[in-house]
Design a binder for this molecule. Structure first.
Ligand code: FES
Ligand code: MG
Length: 579
C-alpha cells in the first residue's frame, strides 16, 4: 500500500508558474525576488501552501501564529518551499450568529486558495470546531496532497483545585448559579480558570471529535490529534507534518487515496467510540461526500449500534478530559483497542496503512481508554430517530442523557424562536413540568440562520430550582459537542422550509422511543393537513451577500449542510490554469 510513485520536478504543478521562459513566469519569478528570494529557494522544489486559520479572534488557534514557523521549518528541511496562505479563522468563541453559517465559506476559500496559487501540496492548520471540516472539505475538492495539523486541546481547566471542562462545566455551573448555589465571586473564579491555555476545547466536544475523525480518516500524522496544544510534542508534530507533506508531493499521495468508503467507516466507528459530538454527523457526511463517499444517517445509526463508547471523556464520560486521554495513550491507543472493528489496510498520509501506524500503541490508563469488554456505554453515542416530526431524521446522544427519557410520552411546549424561548424560560409561572418536551423551531440551516448551537434548550428556571437537570428537548438546531442532556437535534426537514416540526403545537402529545428510533407527534393526519394549509413560509433571513447565497444553496442537516453546487456530483471543476 505504500505509495512509491515519484513525480519529477518539472511535473510539479508550481513549475507552471515558475519554470517557463515567458513573460508571465518572468512576473512570478521577479515578484518572488521582490521578497528577497532567489531561484535556489524555489527551483525544483515542491511549493507547500500552509492554510493558517490563525486570527486575534480565535483563542483556540492563538499558537498558530508561531506554530506556523515550526511547520515552515519542516517543509524547508525536507526540501520544500513554504507559502503561508491565511484563511478565515471561524472562532467558535466570537462569531455570530454561528460559525456554521461560514463553514462552507472556509471550504470554498480553501479550495480556491489552492486552485489559484502556485502550490503542489498543502498543510491545513485547524482545530476549533468548524475549521476541521471546512478545511478538509475544500482540500478534498481541490485534490492536492494534503496533511492536516490539529491545534491540539487546551490544558485542563482549574478552579480551586477542581478540574473544569470546556463548555460542559460552563453549562453545569450556570445551572447551579441560576439555582442560587454559586456566588458572583465563585462565578468569576470559574470564568478565569475554565480556559487557561491556547488550544481547542478539551472535552470531547466538536473540536476533539472532528480532529479525531481527521486522524481516523488517515489525514494526520499518527497520534497528532491527542497532543495538548501547549505540549512541546505539539511543536515536533508540526515540524514532522511539514517534512512529511514534501514527500507526499513527490509520492503524489492525494486525499482521494486516503479518504475512501473504508476510511470513512473507520472514522464513524472511532467517532462513536469516543462518545462524539452530535455535530460529527453533519460534518462527516459533508466531508465524505466531497470525497465521493455517499455517507448517510443510517450509516451512523448502524455503526452506533455495534460500537461501544470506550473513551471515558466528558461530557459522555464522567471525569476525564483530553489531557488525560493523551497521557493514557491517545487516539492511537484507542484505535488499537478498536482494531477488530477497523479496516487496517486503509492508506494514511504517512504512506503506510493504518494498521502499521498503530503498531506499538499502548493504553496507559484503562479507566480513561477502556477495552471493548469494559466500555463506559455499551452502544455508540448517537441514535437517529425518525417519525412524523422528523421524516428525514433527528439525532440524539443517548449516552449523555438521563435513561428515564429513553421511552417517553409527554406534552409539547413549543417556541417559535430563540428570543421567545429566552423570554419564557425564567418565568416562575411557566406551565411546564419535567415530563414536557420542549420544542424550539425555525433554528435550522435556513431558519437559524446557519443552524446555531441552540439545541440544548435551558431547563426552565422553575424546574432547575426543583432539582430537575434533564428533560427531553427537540429542535432543528445543533448543540455544542460539549453539551449534554436529552436533546433531539437536527430535525429534518427543518421548520423554516415547512418540515412537520413547523406544525406541532403546545399541548400536542409527543412519543419518543430511543430503542425503536422513533419520534411521533400524536396528531391525526387530517389535523396536520389543516395546519399545513395554514402554515406561512418565513421570509428569508438574508436579502444580499453571502447569507443570501447560503439561503439558496445550503442543504439540510441529513445531507451535511453543504452547498448543492459544491457537491462532488454537481459538475466538473475548472481545469488547471494554462495562462
Ligand atoms: Fe474553539 Fe471550542 S471554542 S474549540
Ligand atoms: Mg463547540
Amino acid at each position: 500500500m505504500t505509495n512509491k510513485k515519484t513525480i519529477k520536478a518539472e511535473d510539479l504543478r508550481s513549475a507552471r508558474w515558475f519554470a517557463p521562459d515567458d513573460l508571465r513566469s518572468f512576473g512570478h519569478r521577479s515578484r518572488a525576488m521582490q521578497m528577497g528570494l532567489g531561484p535556489e529557494d524555489w527551483e525544483g522544489k515542491p511549493q507547500i501552501a500552509i492554510i493558517n486559520t490563525w486570527s486575534d479572534a480565535n483563542p483556540c488557534h492563538a499558537h498558530f501564529k508561531f506554530r506556523v514557523d515550526d511547520i515552515r521549518r519542516g517543509i524547508t528541511e525536507a526540501g520544500g518551499f513554504p507559502m503561508e496562505l491565511p484563511a478565515i479563522s471561524l472562532s467558535e468563541s466570537y462569531v455570530k450568529p454561528t460559525t456554521m453559517l461560514y463553514r462552507n465559506m472556509l471550504a470554498m476559500e480553501t479550495e480556491e486558495l489552492l486552485r489559484s496559487h502556485p502550490v503542489d501540496g498543502v498543510v491545513l492548520m485547524g482545530g476549533c470546531d468548524k475549521t476541521t471540516p471546512g478545511l478538509i472539505m475544500g482540500a478534498v475538492s481541490m485534490g492536492l496532497p494534503t496533511i492536516y495539523v490539529p491545534a491540539g486541546p487546551m490544558l485542563r481547566g482549574n478552579w480551586h483545585g477542581n478540574v473544569l471542562g470546556s463548555g460542559s462545566d460552563a453549562w453545569k455551573y450556570w445551572d447551579e448559579r441560576r439555582a442560587g448555589n454559586i456566588s458572583d465571586e465563585e462565578w468569576q473564579g470559574i470564568e478565569g480558570g475554565i480556559a487557561r491555555s491556547y488550544g481547542h476545547c478539551m472535552t470531547m466536544g466538536t473540536a476533539s471529535t472532528m480532529t479525531a475523525i481527521a486522524e481516523a480518516l488517515g489525514m494526520t500524522l499518527p497520534g497528532a490529534t491527542s497532543i495538548p496544544a501547549a505540549d512541546s510534542n505539539h511543536i515536533r508534530m508540526c515540524t514532522a507534518s511539514g517534512r512529511r507533506i514534501v514527500n507526499m508531493v513527490w509520492e503524489d499521495l492525494r486525499p482521494d487515496q486516503v479518504i475512501t468508503a473504508a476510511s470513512v467507516e473507520n472514522a464513524v466507528t472511532v467517532a462513536m467510540a469516543t462518545g462524539c459530538s452530535t455535530n460529527a454527523v453533519i460534518h462527516l457526511i459533508a466531508m465524505a461526500r466531497r470525497a465521493g463517499v455517499d455517507l448517510d444517517l443510517n450509516d451512523f445509526d448502524r455503526l452506533s449500534r455495534t460500537t461501544p463508547v470506550i473513551a471515558n471523556i466528558r461530557p459522555t464520560g464522567d471525569k476525564y478530559l483530553m489531557e488525560d486521554f493523551y497521557y493514557a495513550g491517545g487516539l492511537r491507543a484507542l484505535m488499537s483497542q478498536l482494531a477488530p472493528k477497523l479496516d487496517l489496510t486503509c492508506q494514511t498520509v504517512t504512506g503506510v496503512p493504518l494498521g502499521e501506524t498503530l503498531e506499538g500503541a499502548k493504553v496507559h490508563n484503562e479507566d480513561v481508554i477502556r477495552s471493548l469488554s469494559n466500555p463506559i456505554y455499551k452502544e455508540g453515542s448517537l441514535a437517529v430517530l425518525r417519525g412524523n416530526l422528523a421524516p428525514d431524521g433527528c439525532v440524539i446522544k443517548p449516552s449523555a442523557c438521563d435513561p428515564k427519557y429513553f421511552e417517553h410520552v409527554g406534552p409539547a411546549l413549543v417556541f417559535d424562536s430563540y428570543p421567545e424561548m429566552k423570554a419564557a424560560i425564567d418565568d416562575e409561572n411557566l406551565d411546564v413540568t419535567a415530563d414536557h418536551i420542549m420544542v424550539l423551531r425555525n433554528v435550522g440551516p435556513l431558519g437559524g440562520p446557519g443552524m446555531p448551537e441552540w439545541g440544548m434548550l435551558p431547563i426552565p428556571t422553575k424546574l432547575v430550582k426543583q432539582g430537575v437537570r434533564d428533560m427531553l428537548r427537540l429542535s432543528d438546531a445543533r448543540m455544542s459537542g460539549t453539551s449534554y442532556g436529552a436533546c433531539m437535534l437536527h430535525a429534518a426537514p427543518e421548520a423554516a422550509i415547512g418540515g412537520p416540526l413547523a406544525l406541532v403545537k403546545t399541548g400536542d402529545m409527543i412519543r419518543v422511543s430511543i430503542p425503536d428510533r422513533t419520534i411521533e407527534m400524536m396528531v391525526s393526519d387530517e389535523e396536520l393537513a389543516k395546519r399545513r394549509s395554514e402554515w406561512k413560509k418565513p421570509e428569508p433571513a438574508f436579502a444580499r451577500g453571502y447569507g443570501w447565497m447560503f439561503g439558496r444553496h445550503v442543504k439540510q442537516a441529513n445531507d451535511g449542510c453543504d452547498f448543492d453546487f459544491l457537491e462532488t456530483g454537481f459538475g466538473p471543476t475548472a481545469g488547471e490554469p494554462d495562462i
